[in-house]
Design a binder for this molecule. Structure first.
Ligand SMILES: Nc1ncnc2c1ncn2[C@@H]1O[C@H](COP(=O)(O)OP(=O)(O)OP(=O)(O)O)[C@@H](O)[C@H]1O
Length: 485
């Protein structure tokens, strides 16, 4: 078991912090491993880490201490993870990428380009009988979705756990890179696809957690044994106090999602480091995409290093304090890195409950296969699994992916049903308005009919009156004629 390496890094005061006359540096150096931080109430907090990098520290020093041993191990099939953590604008991306990936002053190159050169250098100096291949993937976790930065059409990549390889991203794009220049070119195109926005704290703030994955395969020509190591670099999005940064709209939504996943990360670190000796406690890795992707790094098969980036300014002291407390807690995490052999001895050691029992059952089943027919042996194997005598290595994985598939299918059919319902509602709305139009038309024609009725009875009355008047006139004429005669 190995403790993770934790370092703190303080960037120089920025121009805004320098302009603010009430601002000053909140740390007092003790040595290269410890310092004292003074908070707003003038209380002192002493912190010790594996190494502290102060304002004048060089990118090369950070790489040599924090990353180089992990990079070398990855070429020897030992998984490694390097994470930058801290408040927004604290220097995580600067430490990881430097001011730029392709065109950058040699001294300012970040961990990423140094790791690329480190990998190829280590390969060059390793046994010539071994053939190495480096594959590169890049994803970002943006608004709780894993997006492939080499193929933006893959915008919701699932995270799976394999018994042999640990956490994997099954459909992610992998680019084989043959030399450092090719690797840097690919990294640059992936970085260009990252979600970046302007916040009050940082002109180019990362709005996502970015994960760079190098898989280094090695093949020994003699016996064609294959080993592979994974080197993962993670540039986390920055935590921020939204009331302080004045985030609004989309930026606010992003900040809330980022803070939520970082607090899930904090919960995992607490659960991993609070476990009672010898007892298994629940670690909430599945609470966020970030913690699930970092599962191996936070207690599994990985050598891990964490760089806690801080502003040295008194105006950011409470954020720095919380970053440093996170780092101090993470120092207690223990991981179990080991060489990933082709037979995956280490994977089996970590994950399979009773390998010896399984192996002996395998031997017996193979012997029986020679004498009995295949159907009988299969039946026996199923019975052994059913009784829990042997372990079915595919069961958990299959169950998990079957459940996931079922959930996805259910969601898809519910979505389809909802779409159908929506289109029925639309049709009904149309029918309804057509009916309303008809009723209005009918009402109009009724009114006309009534008017016509009224008019015709009026005409009838008039004609009656005319008939009466005619009769009366005829009668009166007759009378007058009578009188005259
Ligand atoms: N060690 C350093 N030396 C010089 N400049 C630095 C250093 N660290 C950070 N900076 C500068 O500070 C600014 C913010 O840094 P950066 O973008 O790395 O922050 P961040 O922690 O990644 O923030 P966010 O989480 O918002 O992405 C940048 O302009 C960067 O160049």
């Amino acid at each position: 078991m190995l403790n993770i390496t934790v370092c703190a890094r303080f960037r120089p005061l920025n121009s805004k912090e320098r302009r603010n006359h009430n601002d000053s540096v909140c740390i007092r150096r003790t040595d290269s491993e410890s310092f004292i931080l003074k908070d707003e109430k003038e209380d002192d907090f002493t912190f010790s880490f594996d190494r502290v990098f102060y304002e004048e520290s060089k990118q090369a020093d950070v790489y040599k201490f924090l990353a180089l041993p992990i990079v070398r191990d990855a070429v020897n099939a030992i998984n490694g993870t390097i994470i930058t953590y801290g408040q927004t604008g604290a220097g995580k991306t600067y430490s990881m990428e430097g001011p730029g990936i392709l065109e950058c002053d040699e001294q300012k190159k970040g961990l990423l380009s140094r790791a690329v050169y480190g990998l190829f250098d280590s390969i060059k100096s390793s046994d010539e009988a071994i053939k190495h291949t480096i594959k590169l993937s890049m994803v970002e976790i943006y608004m709780e979705k894993v997006r492939d930065l080499f193929d933006l059409s893959k915008d919701n990549i699932q995270i799976k756990e394999s018994k042999l390889q640990g956490i994997i991203l099954p459909r992610v794009t992998e680019i084989t890179v043959l030399d450092p220049a090719e690797a840097l070119q690919s990294l640059s195109s992936g970085i260009a696809n990252r979600a970046v926005g302007e916040t009050q704290m940082n002109m180019a703030s990362s709005r996502s957690h970015c994960v760079y994955i190098f898989t280094i395969h090695q093949e020994l020509h003699k016996d064609r044994r294959v080993k592979s190591g994974k080197l993962i670099l993670v540039d986390l999005a920055g935590s921020e106090k939204v009331e302080k940064t004045g985030a609004e709209g989309r930026v606010l939504e992003e900040a809330k999602t980022i803070n939520k996943s970082l607090s899930a990360l904090g919960n995992v670190v607490n659960a991993v480091t609070c476990g009672l000796q010898g007892k298994l406690n629940h670690i909430p890795y599945r609470d966020s995409k970030l913690t699930r992707i970092l599962q191996d790094a936070l207690g599994g098969n990985s050598r891990t290093a964490l760089l806690c980036c801080c502003s040295p300014s008194t105006s950011n002291v409470s954020e720095s304090l919380s970053t440093l407390r996170f780092g101090a807690r993470a120092k207690h995490i223990k991981t179990s890195p080991c060489v990933n052999n082709s037979e995956d001895e280490c994977g089996r050691k970590l994950r399979t409950p009773s390998p010896t029992k399984d192996e002996s059952c395998d031997r017996i089943l193979n012997k029986l296969k020679e004498r009995l027919n295949v159907g009988d042996v299969k039946l026996l194997e199923e019975l052994l699994i059913l009784e829990g005598i042997i372990f079915n290595p595919h069961l958990d994985e299959e169950m998990e992916s079957a459940c996931e598939d079922l959930t996805l299918q259910t969601i898809a059919s519910l979505e389809q049903a909802m779409e159908e319902l929506l289109s029925t509602v639309e049709e009904l709305k149309k029918e309804n308005s057509a009916l309303k139009a008809k009723i209005v038309a009918a009402e109009k024609s009724d009114a006309l009919y009534e008017e016509a009725g009224k008019a015709s009875s009026f005409v009838e009355t008039i004609s009656g009156m005319i008939t009466f008047f005619r009769c009366w006139l005829g009668h009166s004429c007759d009378k007058m004629l009578e009188w005259e005669s």
